[in-house]
Design a protein around this ligand. Structure first.
Ligand code: XMP
Length: 569
């Protein structure tokens, strides 16, 4: 029996080099926001930084100084799972920004540098001067050692993989509730030659005499990674740090987030008007619902039907927001406009550009009808914020192919309203659930902004879009019935421009070839084709050729990303 899920577990990214995609590699909703941001930049209008209202005193945070480890974001997620708010900041962040977060402690992340490199990033002095607890992980521990007078040397051999950690100081609060030996995950080249004065060794492994160090005053260093799943007791270590050492109260809950966000949005928006481009995707849906809770009818959502949505998607989304949630929502039926623009276009990038450009035109038309608008709501998430902060990638670089979209007129000077910018995707889903959004919407697989246009190989026509909608509906239906919808990153059909000969009953047919794509992935940067059960594939294939006239052959895509991409175009 072939196992269904082949991707590695969270915390151990697959050993594949993420490719630089020229397409959007994040959530489906980013597409909309990116069109709009790029558009504003084209007209010389920079997104207006929204003024942050003052932090509420009850908020507490653990601040991670990010030295660039592939695991930094995972540390943040682990801390948040412990119900403690946590943010990643770069090592040159000024104290004023940190102070506004109300920090209770610091974590210094791992990173690819060596502390003796000339430009090696170090912890800012406030980390030590604040007298808040500090936990250095891997490179972070070496930074502590170097900055506080110890010695780090290049290791003669790398230590990578499992190791047995033996505790020598069971009484350390960091080790409360732990056994005296445990498996940990090591990944380092350099090693601590001499620990700083005032520190002692709290635990060791066979190859690393100083695997955990502490100064007895709240500063700790770990040579291993507590955040990965291969350190099974890692969660307890982080829990001990945030609760026993930093004395956090653990008030980062979804309920608190919602309550706090509603207050902030009310303060920020005041009497202003907000517009939101809704796509039916998780991020814009949750953002809109949250804003609606805060300011009600001051929010207007614009939902553009470009004729390339999946079967029943437009009606379902519209009804959910209008009927169930009682929102102000304008449905713009623009399928003809988009199809006319797409006529004769076969190049995937030109399809994207054309759709992006048309989207802005339609959105702008509708927005103008509303009158004066003050805010543009977007479903930006925390990973996007981190990515653009750490790599300097601005919205324009996210979709290179959309640089030439026309742009919103300069007189529409809109402030950004991004209520989800501190959240990870799983937290957004929890907020959506708590706000009462249907589970089907909260757990929706990503769907690209250009929709079915990039799943129809060659020219897009209404007939082809209708064929694909039917085939895709069957895939969705069967995947859902098999209970696999949430286990797959994406599953869908592609209408190729290839026709082949078939036979049905006594008749020869000449119909389209449809491909099925189903992948597992953590972030869409890499993906593996899903080992779907054969009988499921057989049901999908049978139903498509029997129920969709015009399609007579079905194939299953068994390539991973890289070297393929998830979408075919
Ligand atoms: P690829 O095909 O590059 O896709 O492996 C990675 C992820 O991005 C989505 N995708 C897009 N999303 N506009 C979007 O909003 C696009 O033009 C686009 N192209 C790809 C894709 O569905 C997958 O989740």
């Amino acid at each position: 029996m072939v196992s269904f899920l082949s991707m590695d577990t969270v915390g151990n990214p697959p050993n594949l080099t993420p490719e630089k995609s020229h397409r959007v590699a994040t959530s489906n909703d980013i597409e909309l926001s990116t069109y709009l941001e790029i558009a504003k930049q084209k007209t010389g209008q920079q997104p207006v930084e929204a003024k942050e209202p003052p932090e509420r005193p009850e908020r507490e945070a653990i601040v991670i100084i990010d030295f660039g480890s592939q695991y930094s974001m995972l540390i943040a997620r682990r801390v948040r799972e412990l119900q403690v708010y946590c943010e990643l900041v770069s090592h040159d962040t000024p104290w004023e920004k940190i102070a506004s977060l109300n920090p209770r402690g610091f974590i210094l992340s791992g990173g690819p540098s060596s502390v003796y490199d000339i430009d090696a990033p170090m912890a800012p002095s406030y980390v030590y001067e604040s007298h808040l607890p500090v936990l250095g992980i891997c490179y972070g521990m070496q930074v502590i050692t170097k900055q506080l007078g110890g010695e780090v040397s290049p290791g003669t051999r790398q230590e990578y993989g499992h190791a047995m950690l033996h505790l020598s100081r069971m009484d350390s609060p960091l080790f409360a509730g732990l056994p005296d030996s445990m498996a940990v995950w090591m990944s380092h080249g350099d090693k601590i030659e001499q620990i700083p004065r005032g520190f002692s060794t709290l635990a060791y492994t066979e190859n690393t005499p100083a695997a955990v160090i502490g100064d007895g005053q709240g500063i700790y260093g770990l040579q291993f990674h507590p955040e990965v799943v291969h350190t099974p007791e890692g969660k307890t270590i982080l829990e001990n740090f945030v609760y026993r050492i930093c004395c956090c109260r653990g008030n980062w809950t979804i309920g608190n987030f919602i309550e706090e966000s509603i207050c902030r949005i009310k303060e920020q928006v005041g009497e202003g008007k907000v517009i939101c481009a809704l796509s039916g995707g998780v991020d814009s849906s949750v953002a809109a619902t949250l804003i609606h809770r805060a300011v009600g009818d001051q929010l207007t959502c614009i939902f553009v039907d470009h004729g390339l949505m999946r079967k029943e998607e437009v009606e379902r989304t519209f009804n959910t927001f209008r009927m169930n949630l009682g929102m102000n929502i304008i449905l713009v039926e623009a399928a003809d406009r988009f199809l006319k623009k797409l006529k004769g276009i076969i190049d995937p990038e030109v399809k994207r550009k054309t759709i992006g450009e048309e989207f802005i035109r339609v959105f702008e038309n509708e927005a103008r009808k509303i009158g004066k608008v003050d805010f543009l709501a977007q479903g930006t998430l925390y990973p996007d914020v981190i990515e653009s902060a750490s790599s300097g990638i601005k919205a324009a670089a996210k979709i290179k192919t959309h640089h030439n979209v026309g742009g919103l007129p300069a007189d529409m000077s809109l402030q950004l309203l991004e209520p989800l910018r501190s959240l990870f995707k799983d937290e957004v889903r929890k907020v959506g659930t708590e706000l009462g959004l249907p589970q089907e919407m909260v757990w929706r697989q990503p769907f690209p902004g250009p929709g079915l246009a990039i799943r129809i190989i060659g020219e897009v026509t209404k007939e082809k879009a209708d064929l694909l909608r039917e085939a895709d509906f069957i895939v969705t239906d069967e995947i859902q019935a098999a209970g696999l919808m949430h286990k797959l990153w994406q599953s869908f059909a592609i209408l190729t421009d290839l026709k082949s000969v078939g036979v049905m009953g006594d008749f020869r047919t000449y119909g389209y070839l449809v491909a099925i794509r189903a992948v597992t992935s953590d972030d869409a940067m890499t993906a593996d084709w899903a080992r779907l059960p054969y009988d499921l594939l057989a049901r999908i294939s049978n139903r498509i050729v029997n129920e969709v006239r015009g399609i007579n052959r079905v194939v299953y895509d068994i390539t991973s990303k890289p070297p393929s991409t998830i979408e075919w175009e």
